[in-house]
Write a protein that binds this ligand. Structure first.
Ligand code: UDP
Length: 241
């Protein structure tokens, strides 16, 4: 019988992780597969919150490069995360996992508003809580959302599921053959070396609040469960080693 290492986690899924090979839009097969993995973790008794990105639909940076006002473009990005969140909720409920979407931008017809105490209550009842619409603020990312919500709900770790890489490397492994994968790192290493793990706002928030981050590939089925069980997969980033 496998024993989970964490009681409560935040799973960060990038939008691209839900898009599959195409890199944009939503892949029903991938969403189903991710939902099955989340179900496995819930069945271990772990309380699961999920932060979903929106990069498979829209990124604020792209909009601003096209000449849009950055704040407006970022709000579009936050709305994209709501679409992904509803798709994941649907897939989880098809597997009979009770799921609530809480949105940082109020839209009561489709999601609950984000209320920290209510989110914690859902988690205690073993419902999956999906945090949609990022932090609700432009100029932030969903990585920062994961760090912020993890601190607020006192999650013991952030599990960062990547679709294009299986951990943190010294350089981009796709373009640099000398790139080496790290097993463990500190947040200071990430910031000082400029490693492409999460943005610096998210990294400092995790560091200041002492929240460990496990970065791994979503492409190997069962990895979310492995990460929860403390198996050595991907890269672990901590405040200190
Ligand atoms: N976003 C934002 N504030 C937040 C979270 C997200 O403005 O708190 C916007 C931002 O434009 C971002 C987009 O939403 O580009 C999608 O989020 P993100 O890029 O983090 O998604 P991911 O890369 O994880 O798919």
């Amino acid at each position: 019988m496998s024993v989970p290492q964490f009681k409560r986690v935040v799973i960060k899924l990038s939008g691209e992780a839900l898009a599959g090979e195409a890199g944009f839009g939503l892949s029903p097969q991938i969403i189903k597969s991710v939902a099955e993995e989340i179900k496995d973790v819930v069945n271990l008794g772990v309380e699961v919150a999920v932060v979903v990105g929106g990069g498979n639909i829209w990124r604020g940076k792209v909009g601003s490069e096209m000449g849009m006002d950055r704040a407006s473009a970022d709000y579009m990005g936050m709305l994209a995360t709501v679409m992904n969140s509803l798709a994941l909720q649907d897939a989880l409920e098809k597997l009979e996992i009770q799921t609530r979407v809480q949105s940082s931008i109020v839209m009561t017809q489709v999601a609950e508003p984000y209320i920290r105490r209510k989110a914690v209550r859902h988690l205690e009842k073993k419902r999956v809580v999906i945090f949609a619409a990022g932090t609700g603020n432009p100029f932030f990312s969903t990585d920062t959302t994961a760090a912020l919500r993890a601190a607020e709900i006192e999650a013991e770790a952030i599990l960062m599921a990547k679709n294009n890489v299986d951990g943190v490397y010294s350089a981009d492994p796709k373009t640099d053959p000398t790139a080496v994968k790290y097993d463990e790192l500190t947040y200071l290493d990430v910031i000082q070396k400029g490693l492409q793990v999460m943005d610096s706002t998210a990294s400092t928030l995790c560091m200041d609040n002492d929240i460990p981050l496990i970065v791994f590939s979503i492409m190997d089925k069962g990895n979310i469960k492995r990460a929860v069980q403390g198996d050595k997969i991907g890269t672990i980033v901590r405040r200190s080693l």
